[in-house]
Design a protein around this ligand. Structure first.
Ligand code: FES
Length: 64
């Protein structure tokens, strides 16, 4: 797996929960799916505006 995108890990992907890309990456690497990641991080639990970004990021991680 490439860690080439880790420079973006401090970027907040969900404004409502303050969840960063790094947090999503870690939970994904722990084997969590979108629902579990949402439950653990709080992402997608507010306005839902980050749904596309989170889903796209997970798709990117899955493709690595
Ligand atoms: S930005 Fe993620 S739920 Fe609002």
């Amino acid at each position: 797996m490439s860690d080439g995108d880790n420079a973006d890990d401090s970027e907040i992907i969900c404004m409502c929960s303050g969840t960063t890309r790094g947090k999503i990456r870690k939970l994904f690497n722990d084997g969590m799916d979108l629902e579990a990641i949402s439950n653990w991080s709080g992402a997608l639990s507010g306005c839902g505006g980050c749904e596309w970004d989170v889903a796209t990021f997970l798709a990117e991680l899955s493709a690595q």
